[in-house]
Design a protein around this ligand. Structure first.
Ligand SMILES: [Zn+2]
Ligand SMILES: [Zn+2]
Length: 136
């Protein structure tokens, strides 16, 4: 029969070796000694483990870097979309019919067959057509 557990006497001696005062010298996570340079003052005036504080700050920066990168990307996409919209608006504003009439939503007539036509040209053509009709 084999066992990896230490002898009961040894366990007892070890637990007695660590006095309460010594146990308190370990940080809350039990990873670092709370002594010397490793003791930092918390915002509330309490004692903090500097190593844990540094580690927490590093993790926070890491998480935030992701978030910052993500929000930068979102901003980039929004900017790109705004630029595309601006270009569309500009093209729309600059669009003119063959006779140079500005073509925007109000001045473009969509015919029943789906083709688009300049309203001003259309009106002019209708005037000409009516005048010719009267003459005839
Ligand atoms: Zn610590
Ligand atoms: Zn026109």
């Amino acid at each position: 029969m084999t066992t990896t557990r230490p002898a009961p006497a040894l366990v007892e001696r070890q637990s007695h070796d660590v006095t309460e005062e010594q146990a308190e010298r370990w940080c809350r996570r039990g990873l670092h000694r709370m002594e010397g340079d490793n003791i930092a003052r918390s915002a509330r005036g309490g004692r903090q483990c500097r190593a844990c504080k540094v580690e927490a700050a590093r993790l926070w920066r890491e998480r935030n870097a992701e978030r910052v990168k993500e929000s930068n990307h979102q901003r980039y996409l929004a900017d790109a979309e705004r630029r595309r919209q601006y270009d569309r608006d500009r093209r729309q504003a600059l669009r003119r019919c063959r006779r140079g009439h500005v073509q925007d939503g109000a001045t473009v007539y969509t015919r029943p067959d789906g083709r688009r036509e300049c309203r001003r040209c259309r009106r002019a053509r209708q005037r000409v057509w009516r005048a010719r009709h009267k003459e005839a």
